[in-house]
Write a protein that binds this ligand. Sequence first.
Ligand code: FES
Ligand code: FES
Length: 203
Amino acid sequence: MSDSDTGVTVASSGMAGATSNDMGRSEGGMPRLSAITLRVNDQERRLDVDPRTSLLDALREHLHLSGTKKGCDHGQCGACTVLINGRRVNSCLTLAVMHEGDDVVTIEGLGDPEGLHPMQLAFVECDGFQCGYCTPGQICSAVGMLAEVEAGWPSHATADVASPRVTLTDAEIRERMSGNICRCAAYPNIVAAVRSVAGGDPG
Ligand code: FES
Ligand code: FES
């Protein structure tokens, strides 16, 4: 590959004949921005983003919704969990441009200090956090998880995967929340918080 900044012919990557201008860059060498519209916390938000921008960075850096946390940035900790069209997603693992028109709910959209979501309230009442860094992701994940249970989705801990109804034991809660890591190890109280919202039997 030649080392000039613009108009570079890329041969070593197998894209012979492609130039940097073909690869999402404007004439000045800056990334070409993509216009997208997301529905975030019930508000339509229009953004111009580098197409490589993760949804996490779009939320935090472009929309200044810093409630969603960046932990690993590699899909391993769950701190960045948000709800997209009602389903929980690691926002560090998906590009903002993939969500044109999607409905995104962050921790800020679930509730606020004057009107907490029941899951937020449960985390407060059950002491489900210490430093709080993982908590927005835990809460969004728990809300999405309960919707999955309601829909009858089995997990690795489900005894009878053919049953249309899931019995939400504490083992089920732990398994279904296992993608959300808490470095303060507040796990027993997180399970208690989810249990208090879900009701039912710990099993
Ligand atoms: S920051 Fe996304 S999973 Fe860790
Ligand atoms: S409360 Fe500190 S990381 Fe979970």
